[in-house]
Design a protein around this ligand. Structure first.
Ligand SMILES: [Zn+2]
Ligand SMILES: [Zn+2]
Length: 230
């Protein structure tokens, strides 16, 4: 039977889910419909029976608890991140169920939440990438070396006179748009990373904007999207 209640920590109506059912369904939260000792009609946390509203107060009472957790995590980021990832891999179904449950609880807030997360974290995601590059320069170097190795390992080669001829065949314009080529990018039609060759037949010349656009797309889909059939 589904009983609907006004709940403090969630939207207007919530289903009664016993802790046992929540465990069976892989949920992180359950809801008994019975107020906690402090009178909150709120969700409880499966792993420690705690009331969600009370837990919010803990953070208010001990604001440094969060910082201590963060410090513990950051004391060995690599190990903690790896163990979090391997837990998530082993519990993929549970993770999905929890995400779905959270989204269900926060359905109305979701679009705003996601937009807010992006605007709040876009810069820090980029900053984190920068910090990572600074902290692990050798990993970045290996990545670049692999990319170069792939490039070197690609079959074939072309000459500068090939490029001159290709430019003439393209009538001095970008292969994708009418821009006259002054500066240009030598582009592999099928990227080397996707098994393209270094032969002249796989070379085209692009203007800077088309090169940027192509870079983030599948080459064949990109060509089709601008009306070229490959
Ligand atoms: Zn409470
Ligand atoms: Zn172009």
């Amino acid at each position: 039977m589904t009983v609907l209640h006004e709940v403090q920590d969630a939207g207007p109506a919530v289903e009664i889910v016993s802790r046992r059912d929540a465990i069976a369904r892989g949920l992180r939260l359950y809801f008994t419909g019975v107020p906690c000792g402090r009178g909150h009609l709120s969700h409880r946390i499966v792993k420690n029976w705690a009331c969600v509203e009370c837990k919010k107060n803990w953070d208010a009472v001990d604001p440094k608890a969060k910082l201590r957790r963060k410090a513990r995590y950051e004391a060995d980021v690599d190990k903690n991140r790896e163990s979090a990832r391997s837990w998530a891999r082993d519990n993929a179904q549970r993770v999905r169920a929890n995400v779905a449950a959270w989204q269900e609880l926060n359905r109305e807030r979701l679009p705003g939440y996601q937009k807010n997360w992006r605007s709040k974290n876009g810069a820090s995601v980029r900053a984190a990438a920068k910090r990572y590059a600074k902290k692990y320069p050798e990993k970045i170097r290996i990545k670049q070396a692999n990319r170069r190795a792939k490039k070197r390992a690609a079959l074939g080669s072309y000459t500068s006179s090939d490029v001159v001829e290709i430019r003439e065949l393209q009538r001095g314009r970008c292969a994708y748009c009418p821009t006259a080529l002054d500066k240009f990018h030598i582009d592999h039609i099928i990227p080397l990373a996707k098994g393209g060759t270094n032969y002249r037949s796989n070379i085209q010349l692009l203007c800077q904007p088309c090169n940027n656009k192509k870079y983030s797309h599948d080459p064949i889909e990109f060509a089709r999207s601008i009306g070229r059939l490959l």
